[in-house]
Design a protein around this ligand. Structure first.
Ligand SMILES: [Fe+2]
Length: 249
């Protein structure tokens, strides 16, 4: 009987040792997992800040390019930045996911990049353009698209550059696209572009008040502009647009 009892005690002691070994091993494993998790968190943080730095440098590059274009065209001031801000407001109301396609803003900023190839004599001509001059001027859309064509990160932005003078009724250029054939971002942009053109002073005319600009844009719904975009634009309060005009002016 004492032998049997000793054997039982030894077996229990053996089991306790095993349990203890397993506990120590589990703790070691737990510590290792915690180290992995901490490493992963660090890697993720570093990766995120690299991605943020990259997207900032994209934005800086695009702004530099857009400023280079605007520097030639002194009277429009910060036209591209204002139009981009108006465009982002309209895009939000119309349900165009700028968050899903951040490069759309680049397209708004770079819309007229093709004007670098248009001679001063045409770009600044105060009188109406001849047919040939007008055709050349209209090429700024395709030239802009060609300049940006191979830049992958610009994605949808390139379509805005190419199609920002298309019209809902199909009478625009360069491709004569109509209705939904025109990329939504370009349909949004053309309303923003016209709003800025109407509400800033140009050498040949004074700025229209915002209400007047709204009336002209509403009148062109279904002709120059997508009616749904005009409707979305109509829902943006005056105060929002005035703030953009003041702050980016
Ligand atoms: Fe343009």
């Amino acid at each position: 009987m004492p032998d049997a009892r000793r054997a039982l005690e030894e077996e229990i002691a053996g089991l306790r040792r095993q349990v203890e070994e397993q506990r120590v091993a589990a703790e070691a494993q737990q510590r290792q997992l915690e180290r992995y998790a901490a490493d992963l968190r660090e890697t993720f943080k570093a990766e995120r800040s690299r991605a943020q730095a990259l997207s900032r440098s994209y934005m800086d590059t695009v702004r530099a390019l857009s400023n280079a274009v605007e520097a030639r065209d002194a009277y429009t001031g910060k036209h591209a930045e204002r139009v981009a801000a108006y465009g982002l407001e309209i895009a939000q109301v119309v349900g165009l996911s700028v968050a899903g396609h951040p490069e759309i803003e680049f397209g708004f900023l770079l819309h007229d990049v093709g004007k670098v190839a248009i001679p001063d004599a045409i770009l600044y001509k105060p009188e109406p353009l001849s047919d040939d001059e007008r055709r050349l001027m209209e090429r700024h859309t395709v030239i802009g698209w060609e300049i940006l064509r191979d830049i992958d990160f610009l994605g949808e932005a390139k379509q805005v550059v190419r199609s920002h003078h298309e019209r809902w009724d199909g009478e625009g250029y360069p491709d004569g696209l109509a209705r939904e054939q025109i990329p939504l971002a370009a349909r949004v942009f053309s309303v923003a572009d016209t709003l800025d053109a109407l509400t800033t002073t140009r050498p040949y005319r004074l700025a229209s008040p915002l209400g007047e600009g709204r009336k002209i844009i509403s009148g062109a719904a279904g002709g120059q502009f997508d009616p749904a975009v005009v409707e979305a634009f109509g829902r943006i309060p005056d105060a929002t647009l005035e703030t953009i005009r003041r702050e980016v002016g």
